[in-house]
Design a protein around this ligand. Structure first.
Ligand SMILES: Nc1ncnc2c1ncn2[C@@H]1O[C@H](COP(=O)(O)OP(=O)(O)OP(=O)(O)O)[C@@H](O)[C@H]1O
Length: 462
């Protein structure tokens, strides 16, 4: 198979003979070779074509050999396209100018008169560089896009109820301070959303927001996850590793499910917060850290202090400011807003033409208990949008599906009509209701680990 010719080259030189010869030779190796003797046309040429490599002479005016013109045009080219790859054509013996040009942003230089093979090798290397520069730009764009999407995703905290307005006011007042914030609330009430909003509105918003879900880390890994470790500190410590505290340096550390932190580690966490330094597992050296701490839990931390399963001094460190998120069933006026917000999102996502939730559905939703709070509402709406044939969602779009079961016992379908999955869903829902959405206790009652209960909640959209 014949090699495919790649690369668009622009040559700028006032010597027409040189341009002609170079074009004839290079056309055999590259996709496109344009030549121009007037450097003043560079900006227009660059607008009309995306050149991969620009071969640029240093001197254009007769009898001038200072290279000043070359530097001027090099600067213009890089201003127009900071990822342009410029190879300079310099006179034999003028290595000082060439070195200076590279410092100013040129990629390489070729000496005049050149040997064709050397020129070819230089241009191929330059082309490779251009390709990787473009890849880097594309990756950066993608990352930017992802960050923007994330930002948008977490920007919309919906809520007009008095209790949510109070939450917004508190976020406004505390975000700019460095005060530690403890967010309390049942599962799915938006604790992480609020933590991110605090970070986004703080002085640290350009730095990292590092979240750790303490509910999903096994207790043996707690310490190394938070504080890091030295290679060899324990069997699986294959290399030195920074913990989440260090990763969040200068930014915000979000400790989710803080109620899960074992008593033995609570003292170390307290010392870290007091001294503002961490000690990696397996070392004695303290590393200073500068973090803003936001923590969250669905557990009753204050009662845990009374039961001696959570240290009071640690609680006082965490809750300089306390924000309690109300469960969804206690702010029914937000239900229509939330439902229509998610209908909008999922109609777009799944390309459906669903306008809103009908009145009967809203009424039905306002009577429902929502043990999984907004997460449950969100998942139910997503499923209803996918399945519904109506342009205005009706009660049966949400409430006849297996995943949302009637709350009242007498509305329940008898066991003989259910399969194992249905029964599992009923049991999980009952356990969650009994323990007020408290995952650890519900998991204990069901004989499941927290993570396998989480997996089921995710699978069933509970
Ligand atoms: N007020 C709100 N407006 C819009 N979406 C919300 C709101 N509150 C929560 N959500 C959405 O509900 C889902 C659950 O929210 P989030 O993860 O913040 O809850 P959580 O309290 O941290 O849950 P968990 O206790 O299970 O960790 C997310 O998809 C979030 O975007």
């Amino acid at each position: 198979m014949k090699d495919q010719k790649l690369g668009k080259i622009l040559i700028i030189d006032d010597n027409e003979d040189l341009l002609k010869a170079a074009k004839i030779f290079l056309k055999r190796h590259f996709e496109q070779v344009d030549t121009e003797s007037n450097p003043g046309l560079i900006p227009i040429l660059m607008v009309n074509e995306q050149y991969d490599v620009i071969l640029l002479d240093m001197n254009f005016t007769k009898d001038v050999s200072s290279g000043q013109e070359g530097f001027y045009w090099l600067d213009r080219i890089l201003t127009i396209d900071s990822s342009a790859v410029v190879v300079l054509i310099t006179a034999y013996g003028d290595v000082t100018t060439a070195v200076k040009a590279i410092k100013e942003g040129a990629t390489d230089f070729v000496l005049k008169p050149w040997e064709n093979e050397k020129l070819l090798a230089t241009l191929h290397a330059a082309l490779k560089l251009r390709k990787s520069k473009i890849e880097v730009i594309q990756l950066k764009d993608q990352q930017q896009q992802l960050l923007q999407d994330m930002d948008r995703k977490f920007k919309d905290i919906i809520g007009q109820s008095a209790s949510m307005q109070k939450v917004f006011e508190t976020i406004d007042r505390v975000a700019a301070t460095d005060a530690n914030v403890l967010i309390l609330g049942e599962n799915g009430t938006g604790k992480e959303l609020v933590a991110r909003a605090i970070h986004r509105n703080s002085k640290r918003h350009r730095e990292a927001f590092v979240g750790v879900d303490l509910g999903s880390i096994t207790s043996s890994l707690f310490e190394s996850e938070l504080f890091g470790h030295k290679k060899g500190a324990f069997t699986d410590a294959k290399e030195d590793r920074a913990g989440r505290f260090e990763q969040a340096n200068k930014g915000t550390l979000f400790l989710d499910e803080i109620g899960n932190i074992p008593l033995t580690l609570q003292a170390k966490l307290l010392a870290t917060l007091q001294n503002r330094e961490v000690t990696r597992v397996g070392t004695n050296k303290s590393i200073p850290v500068n973090i803003r701490l936001v923590s969250a839990t669905n557990m009753a931390l204050h009662s845990m202090v009374h039961e001696n399963s959570f240290r009071q001094d640690l609680l006082y460190r965490l809750n300089t400011i306390e924000i309690t998120l109300p469960p969804l069933r206690e702010r029914q006026e937000d239900i229509p807003l939330l439902a229509n917000h998610f209908i909008d999102i999922y109609s777009k996502k799944y390309n459906k033409d669903i306008r809103k939730a009908g009145e009967a559905l809203i009424k039905r939703m306002q009577k429902y208990h929502w043990p999984g709070n907004i997460r449950e509402l969100q998942h139910s709406i997503e499923r209803a949008v996918i399945m519904s044939k109506h342009s205005v969602l009706q009660p049966e779009d949400l409430f006849t599906q297996n995943h949302i079961l009637p709350e009242k016992q007498d509305e329940m379908v008898s066991l003989e009509h259910l399969n194992i999955e249905d029964v599992e869903k009923i049991l999980i829902r009952k356990a969650l209701q009994k323990h007020n959405g408290h995952i650890t206790r519900a998991a204990e009652e069901l004989g499941l680990t927290r993570s396998s209960l989480y997996r089921r909640l995710e699978r069933y959209g509970l």
